[in-house]
Design a protein. Structure first.
Length: 82
């Protein structure tokens, strides 16, 4: 009752197959070749390390200032209650 009905004759596979063509000789890619020197790579890596260290120092300083502010507020609150 709920079985699918298949066609009597299945469709034959396509008669042609697609074969990739070889690229045209003498054509160059649109982008020019870029050579990266080791000095440039070292400079970028050093800059990344320095910037990461500075960001970490700023984050640690901000956390330290926040903790000091909480401690001072707590001390002043206790002082004002006396």
């Amino acid at each position: 009752m709920f079985l699918p009905k298949y066609p009597d004759s299945p469709t034959p596979p396509p008669a042609h197959t697609h074969a990739p063509t070889a690229p045209a000789p003498g054509r160059r890619s649109a982008l020019p070749a870029v050579s990266v020197s080791t000095g440039a790579v070292v400079a970028v890596l050093t800059g990344g390390v320095v910037l990461t260290a500075l960001l970490t120092a700023v984050a640690v300083s901000a956390i330290s200032v926040a903790i000091a502010a909480v401690v001072l507020r707590s001390l002043l609150r206790e002082h004002n209650r006396r």
